[in-house]
Design a protein around this ligand. Structure first.
Ligand code: LLP
Length: 387
């Protein structure tokens, strides 16, 4: 089996499971994002902190001058601590608490992505009390279903996210009327792990027609935030280790019709950090069942929950075996039958103690880890740092 290149000798003395981050790949990815987005005038990339808030990763991304997309006060703090400038921070989320809004106002972030009229009024009131004006964008629900898992599709009509088309005009007029908010633009997000560029074309078409219809009624649309969602190739991490940023930014360049000088904001998470992260684990036991063979490893859904909750695929390689492949169900030790990484996977013969690499786990891996079953949170090691 073709495998990724990992410093296996350096892993040998380490306690598993842990996350391993290839910072060289992260930097190559960030350079590519900078280069591809430069082809689109007005493009501003904000890294979606929810994908991975490991401080080392955040610092690396901040050092490239990108902005940050945050969904809680905690994420805003993590972004600021890592060196992201407040002027590059956008704050989204359907349930921002008063405390979080106050904190964001104090920090002088660049944008509140507002998801309802009720929230807009609260932000207005809190900004008034703080003697400030809050810059707001309205999150519009574009009613586009991206071809992806239902749990991570967010752009459909009746959804907790965003403001529906029919209500948009009313909320927009309210934003223009209120004294302590400043209307800045519109925000969209259609889902995650999107590989079909036609989904983004559909989003561009929606934005174009919405802008036109608002203009006809004498309403501004401001700048545009198209959210995130670009997918990566989970099947072939060794061949395709960087997402297709060229195709992605080209799609918006070609299909989004905006007046010259309009800023276009992007909130990319997964595509930036997923490929550089690998969950490293050891085989505890090989259990021969009657019809199946189980590789029971010491990583579980508490380190990487994506397979358990989305049936997400992550390629698994045995880094310390070159014996012929066998078929395994790779499972974790947690007391849940969904604690399964892969079923019927062809992997080089496993023996107790073998090191297993669970690939493309840099996004929504460490950041979604939990302490279920009193398991410790996974530590992380980096390609650059001596360990
Ligand atoms: N902007 C908004 C408003 C979002 O809701 C999200 C992700 C992003 C940007 C970043 O999307 P990305 O570029 O990473 O696709 N835990 C799930 C993914 C949840 C995505 C939530 N929203 C997973 O593991 O697949």
């Amino acid at each position: 089996m073709l495998k990724g290149v990992f410093p296996v000798e350096r892993f040998a003395p380490l306690r598993t499971p842990f996350y391993y981050y290839d910072l060289d790949l992260l930097r190559r990815t960030l350079r590519k994002v900078a280069e591809s987005s430069a082809g689109l005038p007005g493009a501003r990339v904000h890294y979606a902190v929810k994908a991975n808030f490991n401080p080392v990763i955040l610092k690396e991304i901040a050092s490239f001058g990108f902005g940050a997309d945050c969904v809680s006060g905690g994420e805003i703090k993590a972004a600021l601590d890592a060196g992201f400038a407040p002027e590059g921070i956008v704050f989204a989320g359907v349930g921002k608490s008063d405390r979080e809004i106050d904190y964001a106002l104090q920090q002088g972030i660049s944008r509140f992505n507002v998801e309802s009229a009720a929230e807009l009024e609260v932000i207005n009131e809190l900004a008034g009390k703080a003697g400030k004006t809050a810059p707001v964008s309205l999150r519009v629900n574009p009613d586009i279903g991206a071809h992806t898992h239902s749990n991570i599709t967010t752009g459909l009509a009746e959804n907790k996210f965003g403001i529906n088309y029919e209500q948009l005009e009313g909320v927009l007029r309210l934003a223009l009327r209120l004294g302590h908010v400043k209307f800045m633009g519109l925000h969209f997000h259609i889902g995650s792990q999107i590989l079909d560029m036609m989904d983004f074309v559909a989003l561009c078409n929606r934005i174009n027609s919405l802008r036109e219809s608002l203009a006809k009624r004498g309403l501004p649309c401001g700048d545009i935030n198209v959210g995130g969602g670009l997918g990566i190739n989970y099947q072939h991490p060794n061949h395709l280790d960087i997402a297709d940023f060229d195709a992605y930014f080209r799609t918006f360049r070609k299909h989004l019709q905006l007046p010259q000088g309009t800023a276009v904001h992007f909130e990319l998470g997964r595509s930036i950090v997923a490929p550089c992260g690998t969950l490293i684990s050891r085989v505890l036991y090989v259990k021969e069942g009657t019809t199946r063979r189980f590789a029971i490893i010491d990583a579980s859904m508490t380190e990487l929950i994506r397979p358990a909750i989305y049936k997400a695929y992550h390629r698994i390689e045995n880094l310390t075996s070159d014996e012929p492949e066998e078929i395994y169900d790779v499972v974790g030790p947690v007391c849940e039958s969904s604690d399964v990484f892969l079923k019927g996977a062809s992997i080089d013969k496993c023996r107790r103690g073998d090191l297993m690499a669970i690939r493309s786990a840099g996004a929504y891996g460490e950041s979604m880890a939990s302490g279920y079953n009193c398991r410790p949170l996974p530590p992380s090691v980096f390609s650059d740092v001596d360990f």
